[in-house]
Design a protein around this ligand. Structure first.
Ligand SMILES: [Zn+2]
Length: 356
């Protein structure tokens, strides 16, 4: 029996490595006649057993106790995957090994997905999420029928990737699909914050709330247009305004939420006895909202971050950590407070604005 390992969504063991050290098809774990071996699949950065690079294309014997890395530093917990996919070895004591790393491992059918909840790009997670699409068009065969002369019989496919993010594919419609006034290239997926305005042809506005009753619509921060870019504002000595103080106080929730999320992620990975959790749960842990750690009501960290964005189009490389660092910032100069606990922040080290 063979299990493929790599970044590709078609692998049996999917590794979403935020540093791209792991190839799309990196290696194969093989169990034949009770013998376990690992074979490198001509990966870019190689496969290492106990620090020694193994030659590509040749099965190399391993045991659950061997230390395996994909590239020279991505730790691959071979004992865990042998237990998970082949039910080999790994006593209860061995299993605690995985507790030491920050990764989440979840099952998706027969596949295992391993990722770092903070650093993996949201687009990569969405790729393996597998949330079903809803089809929209004039024909009754669609999930959502729109009786409008300018709408094609099969016009659009749409799915919710997280409570805040949607993905659209125009199905080669006659009159096109527009997102915030921009015509979408047909048959290609595009991701947007759900505050996007979607038109089928130029005359039919899609109601997302009607389509997805669970959606948490992100409202755009009205101050976005006037908010300065990091570093573009010179230090001023003017005292803090009421709005700036309110914005600073709101960051207490952002901080708490971030801290809780990290705790929760650790809990998921430490109790991997409950592997079998849908990837969707992991996604909501990562992107907030439903099932995520939301403190103080309202939108989660992701929602708050998205509310500040000018464009609704989602950056492909955005991670949970980016979101936190960009949201957790000085209300005046937008300099990030990094990971400094909220209670310890007295003033902004950059523009010198005093908060307390
Ligand atoms: Zn500042």
């Amino acid at each position: 029996m063979k299990k493929t390992i790599g970044r590709s969504s078609t692998c049996d063991i999917i590794i979403l490595d935020s540093k791209n050290r792991v190839s799309r098809e990196h290696a194969v774990l093989i169990v034949e006649g009770g013998k376990v071996s690992l074979q490198d699949s001509n990966s870019s950065n190689g496969t290492f057993i106990n620090g020694q690079k193994i030659p590509s294309g040749i099965p190399h014997p391993i045991t659950p106790k061997d230390r395996v890395t994909l590239s020279n530093d991505y730790q691959f917990d071979v004992a865990f995957y042998l237990k998970e996919h082949f039910n080999i070895g790994a006593s209860q004591q061995d299993q605690t090994l995985i507790l030491n790393n920050p990764q989440i491992t979840v099952n998706k059918g027969t596949q295992t997905v391993t990722f770092d909840p903070e650093k993996t790009a949201i687009a990569d997670l969405a790729e393996i999420d597998g949330t079903p699409y809803k089809t929209i068009g004039r024909s009754a065969q669609n999930d959502f029928t729109v009786e409008h002369p300018n709408v094609s019989s099969k016009h659009l496919k749409i799915r919710m990737l997280s409570p805040e993010i949607i993905e659209l594919i125009d199905l080669g419609s006659t009159n096109g699909t527009y997102a915030d006034g921009k015509k979408l290239e047909p048959n290609k997926p595009f991701r947007f914050i759900n505050s996007v305005e979607i038109f089928l042809s130029k005359s039919y506005l899609l109601n997302l709330k009607q389509l997805f009753p669970n959606i948490q619509l992100v409202t755009k921060d009205k101050n976005v247009q006037s908010s300065p870019k990091p570093g573009s504002i010179p230090p001023t000595n003017s005292p803090i305004t009421k709005e700036e103080l309110a914005a600073f106080k709101e960051l207490e929730n952002v901080w708490k939420e971030y801290a809780q999320r990290q705790q929760k992620a650790n809990k998921v990975s430490s109790s991997y006895g409950m592997v079998g959790t849908a990837v969707g749960l992991a996604l909501s842990v990562v992107t907030g909202g439903i099932g995520g750690a939301v403190v103080g009501g309202g939108l989660g960290l992701a929602g708050r971050y998205f509310g500040q964005q000018k464009s609704n189009e989602i950056r492909g490389d955005l991670t949970m950590e980016d979101m936190f660092l960009l949201t957790y910032a000085c209300p005046r100069c937008k300099e990030s407070f990094q990971k400094k606990p909220w209670v310890t922040i007295q003033d902004c080290f950059k523009c010198k604005l005093k908060f307390k």
